[in-house]
Design a protein around this ligand. Sequence first.
Ligand code: 5AD
Ligand code: SF4
Length: 465
Amino acid sequence: MDFNADDANIFENMVTGGADRAKVYIETYGCQMNVNDSEVVASILIANGYAITSKLDEADAILINTCAIRENAETRVFGRIDLFGQYKKGKPSVIVGVLGCMAERLKDRLLEEKKVVDLVVGPDAYRELPVLLRAAEEGQKGINVLLSREETYADISPLRLDKNGVSAFVSIMRGCNNMCSYCVVPYTRGPERSRDPHSIVREVQELVSAGYREVTLLGQNVNSYYWEEQKGLLKHKVNFSDLLEMVALVDPRLRVRFSTSHPKDLTDEVLYTMAMYENISNHIHLPVQSGSTRILQLMNRKYTREDYLNRINAIRRILPDCAISTDIITGFCTETEVDHDMTLSLMSEVGFDFAFMFKYSERPNTKAARHLSDDVPDEVKTRRLTGIIELQGKLSQQSKEADIGKRFEVLIEGESKKSRDEFYGRTSQNKVVVFPRGSHSIGEYVYIVVTGCTPATLIGKIVKE
Ligand code: 5AD
Ligand code: SF4
């Protein structure tokens, strides 16, 4: 039987910390925040006497960090849990734990329905993991799914899961207060809370000292980042624009990205800060979800089509070279062909450089599940999604073709998968470029002229400054 996880993130390099330590294998599904959470989990485990392994067959414990955002994400994880059940038959001592959003959503039902599962731990309870693992070693099943108003793991330096040592995720806040009607995240990740900016800057400084050249500041809604502290008689306030500036100032060689922005909170102030610092990446991920104001209202997104287009105009005005990407949900409750056409027309009007596109998937207990009917038939969702993907394919192609002949600064991230003679890296606009490596090294910046493109990447060659 093949137990390989094709599309999950795992730690590539084994971190032993001592041969006698119990070994934990961690598999991660879902968003960048989950990847970063697994790095926090690994750091907590190592500090408590465990080792991390990339090899399933060496593991004394298997942890799956899960995603609950759409039904198919959960189906995939259930498949993995069943497979680990098979595996456990041959090695009964192995502990299986479910972490993250599915743990939070399903709670003790996971222990009841999946006998193979020994541990269920929600996103705010990872400090408890060593205690729960030790109890599981004694044969006790364990659960902690308490959500917190304060936990940001601010003092924990994540153990980096990435393979290249060039780019790292830095979590700046947790949770979400937006209550978009389709979304399970406010229930699985709890209320929004921001992390102390000093701990963020410290983590970024450590990354720079360790040779990292790019950070991505992560949050469900980074634009509502807010920190307040008393300094003598004065209240010192830090908003997202201030934080972005603080991070950009750590080192001019450090490229700063962030994700995700909510259109209702993306201020001109943030755009001006981006314009002021060359090392803040010229890319904004701005999920629109739908081009129809009526659907946006049902989704509780708190902006109209016009408000969204107004934000796009502000980006184009203040940051003419900025790439814009988005998320789109098709087939939300009551969506008509007219609503769908409005999504298509908005896509063309904006000309997104890139998009993540999904069929609406009803999530239990969300506002939409409680108050609206999931009434667009699956075949209609599929047809509309196909139309959206086709259109985005053309827009992405146009976006890449428009780069041909232009010069970009590219951060080298690694060897190209196809050839050892080529590197890949990304432009400030977050587009991947493949080019002959010359005498350069991973982690360096080079200037590239784009000479062509494939459906997936730009092709270029290194030029002198
Ligand atoms: N169904 C489909 N897509 C969803 N997303 C969030 N919840 C759902 C859902 N219930 C999408 C949104 C969000 C992205 C992370 O996932 O587009 O921006
Ligand atoms: Fe979900 Fe909306 Fe929060 Fe994003 S902003 S995590 S879509 S509730």
